[in-house]
Design a protein around this ligand. Structure first.
Ligand SMILES: Nc1ncnc2c1ncn2[C@@H]1O[C@H](COP(=O)(O)OP(=O)(O)OP(=O)(O)O)[C@@H](O)[C@H]1O
Ligand SMILES: [Mg+2]
Length: 340
């Protein structure tokens, strides 16, 4: 069976491994635990699992276990009977019942408290549950897929997650790799998002310098961070291409570029502007000569006119330095100066 993963962009080997796993697991009835850092595309993957399963025409019901207050979560999941608690004026089905025949997606399952963990485990083992305030067992034909950005094994060790539930969920684990391990997928995704947010106009390009920097940055917020960033660029970037100077400080720093060396930015180094040149009264050639003279002299002074050292500081050969000094008439005439 060929699987449809068309909305998950990426060609890296690590992502292809995920697709292979998806192709094997999606058509089965097994419970799957999707793990991965925040923003790696866990929800996208879970939707693809459902879409490529036999249950595709039945509901896929997501529950974010971290976003629903603890007191409400049990009734949200399993439903309740009339009178089960103060505001339970009528009986109500929970998400397990709503997912009948389909898939229940338990997102952020690491957030479940212990008492609910027991109830989920019971469902996974017996395929039945009770509504809150009810005594009748209800059967449901529901496939459970769970996701977490926590390390559940650690949670088990620290006593926050039941070991038996962990093993029951972890029959098939799928780990979504962080974006920083997906190589050139960063660029594929960046272009995909620029296209998505171009709103009819020609999508922004990315200069080769900016590409290198995007590849170098570790993307702690993963694909979500990259998507948000490309959306921002599509709105703010004035050129038709993203250049290194458009990238935020943290991206430049990760690429080893100190912010002071950015043109027109930071409080440190500033490139001379045309205005500076005009104000000096010099033309381009003389202005540049002047800058060079100053740097040569400063290097020589700092190294007490030891030319080897000065040349090293300047990043040029000793012979080049001597040549420049001669040409500029800066060569020290006095014999007291050490000529090494
Ligand atoms: N490979 C991908 N191709 C295209 N879009 C992606 C990809 N991975 C993630 N996205 C997009 O990035 C955003 C975050 O993805 P998703 O919500 O699936 O991540 P998540 O792992 O569930 O994050 P969280 O842990 O914060 O819930 C979504 O807008 C999603 O469409
Ligand atoms: Mg999610």
């Amino acid at each position: 069976m060929s699987v449809d993963t068309s909305d998950i962009i990426g060609k890296s080997r690590v992502l292809r491994d995920v697709f292979n796993m998806l192709a094997k697991v999606a058509p089965t009835e097994t419970t799957v635990l999707v793990a991965g850092e925040s923003g790696t595309g866990k929800e996208l993957l879970v939707r693809a699992l459902h879409r490529n399963s036999q249950r595709r025409d039945k509901p896929m019901v997501p529950v974010n276990c971290g976003a629903i207050p603890k007191e409400l979560l049990e009734s949200e999941l399993f439903g309740h009977e009339k009178g089960a608690f103060t505001h339970a004026v009528r009986s109500r089905a929970g998400r397990f019942e709503m997912a009948e025949g389909g898939t229940l997606f338990l997102d952020e399952i690491g957030e479940l408290d212990m008492s609910l963990q027991v109830k989920i485990l019971r469902f996974l083992q017996e395929k039945e549950f009770e509504r809150v305030g009810g005594s009748k067992s209800i059967k449901a034909d529901v496939r459970v897929i769970a996701a977490t950005n926590r390390n559940l094994e650690e949670e088990v060790k620290s006593g926050c997650f039941r070991e038996d539930l962990f093993y029951r969920l972890n029959v098939i684990p799928i780990e979504l790799p962080p974006l920083r391990r997906r190589g050139d997928d960063v660029l594929l995704l960046a272009e995909h998002f620029l296209d998505k947010y171009s709103r009819g106009s020609k999508p922004l390009g990315i200069s080769s310098g900016a590409r290198d920097l995007l590849l170098n940055y570790p993307w702690p917020g993963n694909v979500r961070e990259l998507e948000n960033f490309m959306e921002r660029m599509s709105i703010l970037c004035d050129n038709n291409e993203i250049k290194p100077a458009d990238l935020p400080e943290k991206v430049l720093q990760a690429g080893g570029i100190e912010p002071e060396f950015r043109p027109d930015q930071g409080d440190g180094f500033k490139w001379p502007s045309l205005k500076d040149m005009q104000e000096s009264g010099l033309d381009l050639k003389d202005f540049l000569e002047n800058i060079e003279d100053r740097l040569l002299l400063e290097a020589l002074e700092n190294s007490e006119w030891v030319k080897n050292q000065a040349a090293e500081v300047l990043g040029i050969k000793r012979t080049t330095l001597i040549e420049k000094l001669k040409k500029k008439d800066l060569a020290p005439g006095s014999s007291t100066q050490i000529d090494k």
